[in-house]
Design a protein. Structure first.
Length: 179
């Protein structure tokens, strides 16, 4: 009898170990893929279905910009809220290609040593060229706010709600942020 109990326990432990190695926990879901638009695409969409515009002004060399792409903008809540309430635009501040908008051509302007800035990025940021910077625009392309610097997902979500829900019309950002 003792041998049968021992054999049963041994086989149960073996089955448990086998199960642990055979059935691994579900792999994490792949990051959310937010649809980013060019400035021109967002402007065309805004003509037929007006919506606020969120502009992520970045550069290829900006480490904090890349970090936001890998953490903040793939956060499920941030990505879903952005997609539902804005036309999210990625704008490389150093883009060399012209951007045509409202009869105006925004060009790359050299600032020295082969570096430069696209004049649309310069205009959106009022010449304060820090990266990353986010610009919130209403449906008429009127600026709601400029938000410089890296943001974690909860902070980004709060900003998005401030703009999308038009809290800026009745509340100062600093007051809203601290609520």
């Amino acid at each position: 009898m003792k041998k049968q109990v021992f054999t049963f326990l041994l086989s149960s432990v073996g089955l448990g170990i086998l199960t642990a190695f055979t059935f691994s926990p579900q792999a994490p879901a792949p990051p959310v893929q937010l649809k980013w638009y060019t400035w021109e695409e967002a402007a065309a969409l805004n003509k037929t279905k007006p919506k606020k515009i969120f502009v992520d002004v970045y550069t290829d060399w900006c480490g904090w910009c890349k970090r936001m792409d890998k953490s903040t903008f793939v956060d499920e809540k941030v990505a879903a809220y952005l997609a539902a309430n804005f036309y999210p635009v990625k704008l490389n501040a150093e883009q060399r290609e012209d951007i045509l908008f409202n009869g105006e051509t925004f060009k790359f302007v050299e600032t020295g040593n082969g570096k430069g800035v696209n004049t649309l990025a310069y205009a959106l940021l009022d010449g304060k060229m820090g990266y990353p910077s986010m610009v919130y625009l209403n449906e008429k392309y009127e600026r709601i706010m400029i938000s410089p610097g890296y943001k974690e997902a909860p902070d980004m979500l709060k900003e998005l709600k401030f703009a999308a829900e038009e809290k800026y019309k009745t509340t100062d950002w600093e007051v809203y942020r601290n609520q």
